[in-house]
Design a protein. Structure first.
Lengths: 320, 206
């Protein structure tokens, strides 16, 4: 009898009928019985590597740590689906609100870089503890104390170099073309006043506890195709800000001291891509508030809050 | 007389504890609903057996530990796709087997001699009675030959064989883990055993 049949018999891989047939054959064949015993002995050697292996505690701890750090969270619940549906509905409403305004956004975005002098004024978006709703964007009163809003006089803003962003600090998401590391993308123009006022009025964002404004900047991006994500770091930013995807450079020197390493800076912009809406978060570390200057020109003044958010929409320039 | 408030069953909240007898599938459902400690219970429950399976699959402790972490990372990331009608054990081994087979295919069949050069080699982790230096040498030689024989099997045959023989999974469980029929499992095991019969030295362990 062939070894193959004996092996199938040995490991119970054959049918019951076949099994009985082999047993009958073995009863009359001492040679095959001896061969079966030899096979048994041979396979017993597998037990040499059958011993139990103990997983070290460190491996278990490392594994659990990796799962905790990994996203997404596995939670699946009806509440989550309702939340997602609600978010989708809100996004749809925003689309309805903003799509008719797209031509205006683009128009503002493509306006010449030179701005009238009046644009250099500071516009207050909202005060954190203002008891009453206020216009989303109000020019500062002439007699308003500068210290209320500025640590340094607005009349003499620092001669900040044009804010530039250099791509390549972060890994580009998989599936998308990488941005050339040497690409320098100057933010050539920011229009603020009318845009902020109109958008905030449209959004009803004059509430006291959440300051929001929309800023449209035209980013000269000759090497970028539309919708390619650009993850950048501000030129001149501090090393500890490197873990932020983008830090808006606050030009006011006196505000710099409120940038705390632990908080990673007062103002961070989570992402920058064409047509995307990012959030700037102003942390409590900025006790004097934050004046966001873009391209050296003040845009908005945000007073400290637990977490003040400003939605920033950045229009990337088309390839030239 | 004081009012006796009826005892209410505690809702299944995130604070509830898991005991050792909690079914795997129940733990996975809890984890799906955000209960983090459920995964830890599962990791600890299967740590030894899964690591053993991966060591026998790869023949390399370091690779096995990497795959061990990767397996549970996949469990975490794919937790939402787990269905309670399935057995967690089969699902877990399916992930691990897939990863191990994939790694073997990427890196080519692991050379059997690698266990000689690897300080963490499988045979060094096995208990050794060490009766005499001569017996020890013979035993180590047998182990090496067994590992070489397992290494020589094609990845799927090896995974099927390890799951059925070493990990003690039933044929239906192996079939679920390998995404094939019970008949295919028996065929794979049969082929693996025939190959091992040729590759293993004659005689039993010394």
């Amino acid at each position: 009898m062939k070894d193959d049949r004996l092996i199938e018999y040995l490991f119970n891989l054959c049918s019951e009928k076949e099994r009985r047939r082999i047993e009958a054959h073995l009863a009359d064949s001492p040679g095959d019985r001896a061969r079966l015993d030899a096979l048994k002995a041979k396979f017993t050697q597998l037990d040499l590597v059958k011993d139990e292996i103990r997983a070290p505690e460190q491996l278990i701890a490392d594994t659990l740590r990796r799962t905790r750090l990994a996203e997404p969270r596995p939670a699946v619940s009806w509440a989550r689906w309702f939340w997602l549906a609600g978010t989708a509905a809100a996004a749809a409403v925003l689309l309805v609100v903003f799509v008719p305004r797209a031509d205006r956004i683009l128009k503002v975005a493509q306006a010449p870089a030179t701005e009238p002098a009046a644009d250099s004024k500071v516009y207050e978006v909202a005060l954190a503890k203002s008891p009453e709703p206020m216009d989303a964007l109000q020019p500062l009163p002439e007699n308003k104390a500068e210290s209320d809003f500025y640590v340094s006089p607005p009349a003499a803003p620092p001669a900040a170099a044009p804010l530039e962003f250099v791509a390549g600090e972060r890994e580009t998401p998989a599936g998308l073309d990488a941005v050339p590391a040497a690409t320098t993308l100057p933010l050539a123009k920011v229009d603020a006043r009318d845009k902020l006022r109109a958008d905030n009025a449209a959004l009803g964002l004059a509430s006291a506890d959440r300051s929001r404004a929309k800023v449209v900047a035209r980013k000269e991006a000759p090497a970028l195709a539309a919708r390619r994500p650009v993850l950048m770091t501000a030129v001149g930013g501090r090393p500890q800000d490197a873990d932020q995807q983008l830090v808006i450079d606050l030009s006011a020197a006196n505000l710099q001291e409120h940038w705390t390493a632990g908080a990673g800076g007062c103002v961070t912009l989570s992402a920058l891509r064409r047509g995307a809406t990012a959030e700037i978060t102003v942390s409590n570390g900025c006790e004097d508030g934050v004046v966001i200057r873009w391209n050296g020109r003040p845009l908005v003044h945000l007073t400290p809050n637990t977490a003040t958010n400003i939605a920033v929409e950045i229009e990337a320039g088309e390839s030239k | 007389m004081q009012d006796c408030q009826p005892l209410k069953a505690l809702p299944r909240m995130s604070h509830r504890m898991h005991d050792e007898t909690e079914k795997d599938e129940v733990l996975m459902m809890d984890y799906q609903h955000g209960h983090g400690p459920a995964l830890e219970t599962l990791v600890r429950r299967y740590a030894d057996s899964l690591l053993g399976f991966l060591v026998r699959m790869t023949g390399n402790r370091a690779q096995a530990e990497d795959l061990f972490q990767e397996t549970f990372l996949r469990v975490h990331l794919k937790a939402a796709t787990f269905k309670p009608a399935h057995r967690f054990k089969s699902w877990l081994y399916a992930i691990a087997a897939h990863l191990a087979i994939d790694q073997q295919r990427k890196s080519g069949r692991a050379p059997a001699v690698s266990i000689e050069a690897d300080d963490e080699r499988l045979m060094n982790r096995l208990p050794d009675p060490r009766p005499t230096p001569a017996d020890e040498a013979a035993r180590e030689d047998r182990k090496r030959q067994v590992i070489e024989a397992l290494d020589a099997l094609p990845p799927r045959q090896r995974a099927t064989m390890v799951l059925a023989y070493f990990e003690g999974l039933s044929y239906p469980e192996v079939a679920a883990a390998m995404h094939c029929s019970v008949g295919t499992v028996k065929t794979q095991v049969s082929r693996a055993l025939r190959a091992l019969a040729r590759l293993l030295p004659e005689g039993g362990p010394s």
